[in-house]
Design a protein around this ligand. Structure first.
Ligand SMILES: C[S@@+](CC[C@H](N)C(=O)[O-])C[C@H]1O[C@@H](n2cnc3c(N)ncnc32)[C@H](O)[C@@H]1O
Length: 204
């Protein structure tokens, strides 16, 4: 990430913190991904060589910018889905593209329900799926968050420590899937990672 994009990201995050402190309605808060979580996620995209990245929960595009920067190193693309119209995300993507040319061209923003979008995706078509929407909805989307991941693909779920109760049912579904190797990382609000074993794996 170049210094101009980094400065924009810092500005957006600070703006989000100030906005959220003054906004009593939870659903109107920006609730941007914690920068440490975003940085880790960006690194994971690179380490995994993830090219088909799907994000559910665009918000104002803060996490999308991190993912878009990361797929610049994997020759990948990001589809980010949100039920709400995301004019702010479009504006922020355009600003990020001015700071780091080429970034916005790697992103497709879609306005629709995340569960409906996942249900239409082909089996094993996603390298990394990042869930940052409403935790209680994720179990309703099952089995698609698992089905769409290619062998060797990764599921990442934020807020599993900050909202452990809401995330519990979904994490039960994930841990009940033998193909997943999982870990919860105590970063930011808590990031759960589930790696889908490759097709050639044998149980020991
Ligand atoms: C925590 S915010 C996302 C924050 C964003 N990832 C960031 O780092 O700035 C949650 C977002 O999920 C969206 N959302 C809630 N339910 C959804 C659903 N069923 N499908 C897609 N998006 C949904 C909300 O509109 C909201 O923008």
């Amino acid at each position: 990430m170049n210094p101009r994009l980094s400065a924009l990201i810092d500005e957006l995050y600070a703006g989000g913190v100030a906005h959220d402190a003054a906004e009593p309605d939870r659903l109107r808060k920006r609730r941007n991904l914690e920068p440490a979580t975003a940085a880790l996620l960006g690194l994971i995209v690179r380490i995994a060589g993830a090219r088909q990245v799907v994000e559910i929960g665009t918000g104002n595009g803060f996490s999308t910018l991190w993912l878009a920067d990361a797929v610049g190193d994997t020759d990948g693309r990001v589809v980010s889905v949100d039920t709400a119209a995301r004019d702010e995300a479009r504006t922020n993507l355009a600003r990020a593209d001015a700071a780091q040319p080429g970034l916005a061209g790697r992103v497709e923003l879609r306005q629709e329900d995340g569960g409906g979008y996942l249900a239409r995706l082909a089996d094993e078509s996603v390298d990394l799926l990042f869930l940052d929407a409403e935790r209680v909805e994720y179990p309703l989307w099952w089995p698609h968050p698992s089905r769409v991941l290619r062998p060797g693909g990764l599921l990442a779920v934020d807020n599993v420590l900050s909202h452990a109760g809401e995330a519990a049912r979904f994490l039960e579904l994930v841990s009940g899937e033998p193909a997943f190797v999982t870990a919860t990382i105590d970063v930011g609000k808590g990031l759960h990672l589930a790696w889908r074993r490759g097709g050639g794996h044998r149980e020991t």
